[in-house]
Design a protein around this ligand. Structure first.
Ligand code: FAD
Ligand code: UDP
Length: 394
């Protein structure tokens, strides 16, 4: 049967669109992905040796303050009570992140009260611009020069390998700064991890659609002959791959950051005592180490995991060292660098995209936006509402 709609990419944007069009409009959908699994960058798999759930493309923590998104995702999965906490190693010492009163007092060997710490940081941020135009100005205005130099400067250099003057202040505004001892990494109302893992969540989304959604994996939009035929027929398409690739880089490449993940199974029950340790200095070269068993400590007591590899290998742990690297064609694009030049180029691509009335560009790669999961779901839900009354299917 010919589908009504083609969705390129089985990440959260594509899955949300597929679920909505299938269940709310009764449309038949073909969703393709060039990878061998659904879920895009949020995909996780259970390590066969230890039974520990590992996020294949870097740690993914769900958090949102968007009520509509929270209601939506809870239709397909429950969430654990996991609250994300991160620590940072700087100069052979471990500090809590994001910057909070604990970080400030440890760093300055002091015992400031919240008000005293605010005065201290305000003094150190005095030279900062009132209207920060880039990541450095924004960082210094938030936490002052000494803390910026210790926790942001070198980490950001490793992560972005782009002059910080060219990076958007928004990158650093993601991180809260607190004048109390609360070191939750996020500020959102809702937070947790899908109880049975990310893949179970995404499978539930697809199963809710019955046979209205067909998924084809290992299928590339640009080279698969069957897809070529659908393209020639002008099928309505939701495309969540990189927008510059779609237009064959006619205006040049957008800048992306890519990542290398180095996985290791280690014969200790606890390697670092926390889920994520950031490395704030230029050495070591990796930006952070993820230790995945800490994401689901509740599984230790869950009878479902008794007598499984998870329980039997409790003396082992899985860690992943994350390295950032410059993206080259053919590699996985993860983070939009989003310099001024990129924004100009994106505008040119967006103008071209607007002329393709039967194609919607969405998601992190299609929109070239540093979206978190909740933001990408919100964008898909909004776009669906706009499209459902306006598109005609061929
Ligand atoms: P993707 O997940 O990238 O999916 C796009 C899909 O399209 C991919 O599966 C790709 O294979 C497919 N595709 C591309 N081109 C083609 C083609 N030509 N043919 C067929 N298929 C194609 N968000 C959070 O909320 N919390 C976090 O903790 C968090 N951590 C992150 C950590 C890292 C390292 C990264 C990179 C991102 C993180 N995110 C996090 C963001 C999260 O990954 C994104 O919000 C989400 O994955 C975006 O979904 P998407 O559908 O737009 O894109
Ligand atoms: N950042 C930093 N030091 C840290 C953590 C973050 O300098 O220890 C900066 C860095 O520029 C990073 C940005 O803050 O890219 C956003 O951090 P976040 O942890 O939100 O990044 P993500 O998880 O998306 O990679």
């Amino acid at each position: 049967m010919k589908p009504d709609l083609l969705i390129v990419g089985a990440g959260l944007y594509g899955l949300t669109m597929a679920e909505r069009f299938a269940n709310e409009c009764g449309k038949n959908i073909l969703i393709i992905d060039k990878r061998d699994h659904i879920g895009g960058n949020c995909y996780s798999e259970f390590d066969p040796e230890t039974g520990i759930e590992c996020h294949k493309y870097g740690a993914h923590l769900f958090h949102t303050s968007n009520e509509k998104v929270w209601q939506y995702v809870n239709r397909f999965t429950t969430f654990t009570k996991y609250i994300h906490k991160v620590y940072a190693t700087h100069n052979h010492e471990v500090y809590p992140l994001p910057v909070n009163l604990g970080t400030i007092n440890q760093f300055f060997h002091s015992a400031y009260t919240p008000d005293e710490a605010k005065i201290k940081i305000a003094e150190q941020a005095a030279s900062a611009s009132e209207h920060p135009k880039n990541l450095i100005e924004q960082g210094i205005s938030l936490i002052g020069r000494p803390l910026f130099d210790a926790f942001i400067k070198d980490y950001t250099a490793k992560q972005w390998q782009t002059p910080a003057e060219e990076l958007s202040p928004d990158i650093i505004k993601r991180l809260p700064v607190r004048y109390n001892y609360d070191n939750r990494y996020f500020n959102d109302t809702y937070e947790g991890l899908p109880t049975n893992g990310y893949e179970a969540w995404f499978k539930n989304m697809l199963e809710s659609c019955g046979d209205r959604v067909e998924v084809k994996l290992n299928t590339d939009y640009f080279s698969d002959p069957e897809i070529q035929t659908l393209r020639e027929q002008g099928i309505f398409t939701i495309y969540t791959g990189p927008i510059d690739q779609f237009f064959d880089y006619v205006f040049g490449e957008l800048n992306w950051r890519s990542l290398n993940f180095e996985k290791e199974v280690i014969d200790v029950s606890d390697f670092q005592g926390c889920p994520v340790m950031n490395y704030a200095d230029l050495e070591p070269k990796y930006t952070r180490i993820h230790e995945f068993k800490h994401f689901h400590s509740e599984r230790t007591f869950d009878p479902q995991y008794a007598n499984t590899a998870y329980a039997e290998n409790s003396g082992k742990t899985v860690i992943v060292r994350e390295y950032s690297k410059t993206w080259h064609r053919g590699e996985e694009p993860y983070y939009p660098v989003n310099t001024k030049e990129d924004r100009k180029r994106l505008e040119q691509y967006n103008q071209l995209a607007a002329k393709n009335h039967h194609i919607v560009f969405g998601g992190r790669l299609g929109a070239y936006q540093y979206y978190d999961m909740d933001k990408v779901i919100a964008a898909a839900l909004d776009k669906f509402t706009e499209l459902k009354s306006s598109i005609t299917f061929s």
